[in-house]
Design a protein around this ligand. Structure first.
Ligand code: AMP
Ligand code: MG
Length: 404
C-alpha cells in the first residue's frame, strides 16, 4: 500500500463539489407516449381555460334557478360533444348529459334523480341550489395559467394535464447516457462458476438498477481487468457518447487501483478521498466535453451508498430536477448509533410506525461488504463524525429510500 496523494475532503464539501461540476443536460421534445418519468425543461401553460365551456357535472336538466319548483317545457338535449343549439328561457329546460355544454340562458343543472318527467315537461324541485352541478369556464384552469413547472418529473397526472391543455409534445431534459464499468481481476460474470479467489460481478447489476431508477440510460461496459492499458481502452472506447462514466472498484490505494490515475490522465480529479463511511475512496473527476466520471469504491455497500450520496443527485441535476436530494423525515432511533471518529457515516436502517412516529432499527452489521445491510433498508441515518453517540431514543432526520 502507498499513501494517497488526495486530500480527505469533508462529505458535504465533496457533495457540493460534485454538483457544482455536473452540468445540466440539453433538451429534447418527446411525445406524451414517451413522457413518463422525464423531467420538464420548461414551464407548460394552458392555451385556454378549462373547462373551455360551461359543462354539466351530472345527467339532468339545464334550467334557470328562478324556475325552481315549477314544471318546465323540455326544448331539446345537450349531450357530451353534441351541444344544444338554442337557449333556455323562462319556463323551459334542456335535457343535459354529463360533459354536455350548459346552454345559454341556463344557470343551474338539476340532477335527473331530483326531477319528474311527464311527456315533454319536467318538474324541478323548489329547493335547488342556484349554480349547482356544472363547471364554470376556467373553474379548473384559467387561460394562460402555468399548469406544470420546469423541473417537475412527469407522472400520470402531469401527463394528463399536458394532454388536457392541448400539448401533444413536451420539452424535457435529455436522459443522462452513462457508461458503467466494473474493475477487478477477481470478477467473473454472474452465472459463471467463480474460480479460486474469484467472485461474481455484483456491483454491475446493483448499479445498473440504481442508475436506471435515477433516470439514466446505461451502456454496460462489463469487467475491466486491473491493467492500466486495458482499462484505458475500455474507458476511451465508451466515452464517445456518454455524459458520465461510472466505475466500481479500483479506487483505493492498493497497487492495483488504477482508476484514479486513469481519470487524472483523462481530465481533472476533484475528489479523491472523502471523510465518509462507507465510501472513503470515492473519486470524482471532470473530463473534457463537460463529461463527469464517478469512481465508486468496490465494496458493494460502499458503491451503492456513494451512489446515493453523490451520483444520484448529480444525475438529477443533469436531468434538470428541481429537487436533487432524497426527502428526509424525522425518525426515532431504536439503537445507539455509534459514530466514526473522522468520517460522516451513513447507517442503514429499516423503519416502522409506532404511533405517529417512525422508528429506525439498524439493519445489523454495517460492514461495507455486507449488502444485506442495505437490502430492504428504508433509510440512511447520517451519523456525524466525532465521539458523540446518537443514543437510542434520539430523533434524527433520515434520508428516506422508501417507506414501510
Ligand atoms: P476495490 O475497491 O477494487 O479495492 O474492491 C474492494 C472490494 O470490493 C474487494 O473485495 C472487491 O473484490 C470487491 N469488489 C470490487 N468490485 C466488485 C464488483 N463489481 N462486484 C462485487 N464486489 C466487488
Ligand atoms: Mg479492485
Amino acid at each position: 500500500m502507498r499513501a494517497s496523494a488526495y486530500p480527505l475532503i469533508d462529505a458535504d464539501e465533496a457533495a457540493s463539489l460534485v454538483l457544482e461540476r455536473t452540468p445540466t443536460l440539453g433538451t429534447e421534445r418527446v411525445t406524451l407516449e414517451n413522457a413518463a418519468g422525464r423531467v420538464l425543461a420548461e414551464d407548460v401553460a394552458a392555451t385556454g381555460p378549462l373547462p373551455a365551456f360551461p359543462s354539466s357535472a351530472v345527467d339532468g336538466y339545464a334550467i334557470r334557478a328562478a324556475d325552481a319548483g315549477t314544471t318546465l317545457r323540455v326544448l331539446g338535449e345537450s349531450a357530451a360533444g353534441r351541444p344544444f343549439d338554442g337557449s333556455v328561457t323562462a319556463g323551459t329546460a334542456a335535457r343535459i348529459l354529463t360533459g354536455g355544454v350548459v346552454p345559454d340562458g341556463a344557470d343551474t343543472v338539476v340532477m335527473v334523480e331530483d326531477t319528474r318527467l311527464d311527456g315533454n315537461h319536467v318538474k324541478v324541485p323548489a329547493d335547488l341550489v342556484a349554480g349547482a352541478n356544472f363547471h364554470q369556464v376556467g373553474a379548473d384552469v384559467t387561460g394562460g395559467q402555468t399548469v406544470l413547472r420546469a423541473g417537475t418529473q412527469l407522472g400520470a397526472a402531469e401527463i394528463g394535464i399536458a394532454a388536457a391543455t392541448g400539448h401533444a409534445q413536451l420539452t424535457v431534459r435529455r436522459r443522462p447516457q452513462v457508461a458503467l464499468m466494473s474493475t477487478g481481476d477477481e470478477l467473473v460474470e454472474v452465472g459463471n462458476t467463480p474460480g479460486p479467489g474469484q467472485i461474481p460481478d455484483s456491483n454491475r447489476w446493483a448499479l445498473l438498477a440504481a442508475l436506471r431508477e435515477a433516470g439514466a440510460d446505461v451502456d454496460l461496459l462489463g469487467i475491466a481487468p486491473d491493467e492500466a492499458g486495458a482499462l484505458r481502452g475500455f474507458v476511451t472506447a465508451a466515452l464517445g457518447k456518454a455524459d458520465a462514466l461510472v466505475t466500481s472498484g479500483g479506487v483505493s490505494v492498493g497497487t492495483h487501483d488504477l482508476v484514479k490515475p486513469l481519470l487524472e490522465s483523462l481530465g481533472t480529479v476533484h475528489v479523491g478521498r472523502v471523510k465518509l463511511k462507507p465510501g472513503k475512496p470515492f473519486t470524482f473527476a471532470t473530463l473534457d466535453g463537460g463529461r463527469v466520471a464517478f469512481g465508486l469504491p468496490g465494496f458493494p455497500v460502499s458503491s451503492l451508498v456513494t451512489f446515493e450520496v453523490f451520483v444520484r443527485p448529480a444525475l438529477r441535476k443533469m436531468q434538470g430536477f428541481a429537487q436533487l436530494q432524497r426527502p428526509t423525515l424525522p425518525v426515532r432511533l431504536a439503537y445507539d448509533a455509534r459514530p466514526t471518529a473522522e468520517r460522516t457515516e451513513y447507517q442503514r436502517v429499516t423503519l416502522r410506525r409506532e404511533g405517529r412516529e417512525l422508528v429506525a432499527d439498524t439493519t445489523g452489521s454495517q460492514s461495507s461488504s455486507r449488502l444485506l445491510s442495505l437490502a430492504g433498508a428504508h433509510a440512511l441515518v447520517r451519523v456525524p463524525a466525532g465521539d458523540q453517540v446518537l443514543k437510542a431514543g434520539t430523533v434524527v432526520e433520515a434520508m428516506i429510500l422508501s417507506l414501510p
